[in-house]
Design a protein around this ligand. Structure first.
Ligand code: NDP
Ligand code: MG
Length: 379
């Protein structure tokens, strides 16, 4: 039985992880659950899965958890996710925290030489150098993000030396065929609806702006050790082909499935094995036509900015991420336009003055500066 700790259990990835565990009760045991603020849902999850540890990063949640009469040891406060990420009793840590907050728990888990099923892409984008160091000492990352899981699966069929190119697919989000003028008028409500995936708020906006794909270009580069010049993006609105690997002999392998994150989560949980699942079979005759387009870099600056950040590879990936997070929050508050998100990121990338980070503290400082610069971009 694999003993699993889920970070971000109340979110989209967390809840779908619990679906996978619920469907495989003989394979997995939930040892710990950790959330940010949603005490009521965490309490319901605790009742069902009876974890030994329950964590919440929000201090005020303590009384809410107590009021729900939860059993299990409570770990409450800003360090809760890091503590749970490094529990000696856990065999596998699922990192489903959203945003930059997922970084410290990833580093804590790898320091403790854990296997991490990683959905949180922001952490590896910002801390890739520290992650590489930690992986040399032990620990392992298994990708959960559907594109990275697809590449990881396609790589089982060939050697790294034989890779010509990684091809990441992108649904394109709801706006991939809008004009620049139409994109300016997009509301948070429109951007919050994704055509093929049901995800958390931040990643849904990132999918519409293609900043999610930009983060994934960097995530793929850092996970698989392939430079940006050998990573391409293909818009594929049906979200059936999750990504591809082109080998140097001209053969291209793809991974296909219905767009259901539980398949990618389950693969990370059962790797290197495959387990039967009821999450739906792909019927290509029902899917009909699959379409592919090159992304428009002019309408979606997130893509060229990501390649630029990846080329620099030290400070700019952190700035790209931090400025985007701040800009998305401002967009959701109605303070800036949808098209201003990339303006904020470009401005922060152009104006940052920082040295290559050497430790987590340096990364926090660059992230702080990036958010501050993003706030100045539209004034
Ligand atoms: P959600 O917003 O749905 O969930 C985020 C989870 O993280 C919630 O459980 C939230 O708790 C928790 N959380 C937030 N901040 C903290 C913190 N500081 N400490 C501990 N827990 C915290 O996001 P998603 O599940 O959509 O995304 C999670 C990550 O997975 C992101 O990095 C995203 O890019 C990635 N991802 C998601 C996919 C998806 O289909 N959803 C697909 C591929 C990647 P609470 O709600 O209790 O406050
Ligand atoms: Mg993805």
């Amino acid at each position: 039985m694999k003993r699993i700790a889920v970070l971000g259990s109340t979110g989209s990835i967390g809840r779908q992880t619990l679906d996978v565990v619920r469907a495989n009760p003989d394979e997995f045991k939930i040892i710990a659950l950790c959330a940010g603020t949603n005490a009521a849902l965490l309490a319901r999850q605790a009742e069902e899965f009876c974890p030994v540890y329950l964590g919440m990063t929000e201090e005020t949640a303590h009384s809410a958890l107590m009021a729900n009469h939860v059993r299990g040891e409570l770990i409450v406060g800003p360090m809760a996710a890091e503590t749970i990420a490094s529990l000696p009793e856990a065999d596998l840590i699922v990192n489903g925290i959203s945003g930059f907050s997922g970084m410290a728990p990833l580093l804590a888990a790898l320091e403790a030489e854990k296997t991490v099923a990683l959905a949180n892409k922001e952490s590896i984008v910002c801390a890739h150098a520290l992650v590489d160091e930690a992986l040399k000492r032990g620990g392992q990352i298994l990708p959960v993000d559907s594109e990275q899981s697809a590449i990881f699966q396609c790589l089982q069929a060939g050697r790294k030396e034989d890779i010509a190119r990684l091809i990441l697919t992108a649904s394109g989000g709801p706006f991939w065929n809008l004009t620049k003028e139409q994109l300016r008028e997009v509301s948070p409500e429109q951007a919050g609806k994704h055509p093929t995936w049901n995800m958390g708020k931040k990643i849904t906006i990132d999918s519409a702006s293609l900043f999610n794909k930009g983060l994934e270009i960097m995530e793929a580069s850092y996970l698989f050790g392939i430079g940006g010049e050998r990573i391409s993006v293909l818009v594929h609105p049906e979200s059936i082909v999750h990504s591809l690997v082109e080998y140097q002999d001209g053969s291209t392998l793809a991974q296909l499935s219905r767009p259901d994150m539980r398949l990618a989560i389950q693969y990370a949980l059962t790797y290197p094995h495959r387990q039967p699942s009821d999450f739906g079979r792909l019927r290509l005759e029902e899917a009909g036509t699959l379409t592919f387009f090159a992304p428009d870099r002019d309408r979606f600056p997130a893509i060229p900015l990501a390649y630029e950040a990846l080329r620099e590879g030290a400070v700019l990936p952190i700035v790209y991420n931090g400025a985007n997070e701040a800009a998305v929050a401002a967009f959701l508050r109605g303070e800036i336009r949808f098209t201003d998100i990339s303006v904020c990121v470009e401005y922060a990338m152009a104006h940052i003055r920082a040295q290559r980070p050497k430790c987590a503290g340096d990364i926090y400082e660059i992230d702080r500066q990036a958010r501050e610069l993003a706030g100045k971009a539209n004034h």
